[in-house]
Write a protein that binds this ligand. Sequence first.
Ligand code: SAM
Length: 213
Amino acid sequence: MKARLDAIIKREQAEYLDQLLPASDPLLAEMEAYAAEHNVPIADREVARFIEITASATGAREALEIGMAIGYSVVHLARGMGRQGLIVTIEPSEEMIRAASDYLERGGVMNRVRIERGKALEVMPHLTETFDLLFIDAVKEEYKQYLDLGLQRLRAGGVVIVDNLLWGGRVAGGDTETSTVALREFNQYFINHPQLHAVVLPVGDGLGYAVKL
Ligand SMILES: C[S@@+](CC[C@H](N)C(=O)[O-])C[C@H]1O[C@@H](n2cnc3c(N)ncnc32)[C@H](O)[C@@H]1O
């Protein structure tokens, strides 16, 4: 989620694009309200839609998400992937897992989701699946390690999506906060990665998008 509507693009464009999106269905609207009320950083609506479209367009069957929160992006992945899809998502917070389990159950997608409890850097080395899609959205300082570990489990031709790469507009400025510096370094690593064809888009809070070569 971006810090404010016009953190990345000009306000007039941001407002226009925001109102252009169709209204969220009741479940997603409830999740958005819960996230706003409890300060849970879920994906922007356009990012969630982008993920859903990508999952659908690429025919992804197995997706790996790092950082589930209340399951907002998981619902979109599941909808994009359809009934054959499996989403493995990593989340250490029991409070988040409780909230997500309820929403995923009510959304009718829980049978297509495997929640891995724990920290991504501890869980990822034990995964054995080969994934079609990798979505990175947890601790900003660990993005490089998530990508390294995730690429080991992503098939050639698989897609990588990374949220928050412009980090509320701070990455492009002179901000020296640890997470900002880490993301600045990550962006260089991501764009120049020999195993990826990658781009950073001004979508949401800055969205990394790549295909594994
Ligand atoms: C930005 S939120 C995820 C939002 C979610 N992808 C969405 O768009 O609906 C980041 C999540 O990562 C979780 N997290 C924190 N540390 C983590 C770690 N070491 N490994 C995996 N997830 C972690 C947090 O508890 C939080 O729920």
